[in-house]
Design a binder for this molecule. Sequence first.
Ligand code: ZN
Length: 55
Amino acid sequence: MGTKDKCSICSQKIKLRYNPMEEWSIDGILCGDCYSKKLNEYYPGEHVRVNKELD
Ligand SMILES: [Zn+2]
């Protein structure tokens, strides 16, 4: 029951939270938009999958 449901980047209220990767050095949680943007920044060109393929 947290009341801090704000994105660390855009300060939007978050419905669905995303935890930032450790290497992003972000404290707090992210909204889906910012999470996707960060993923693109850090891993350009790579398609990000929510479900990791095993092989
Ligand atoms: Zn955001």
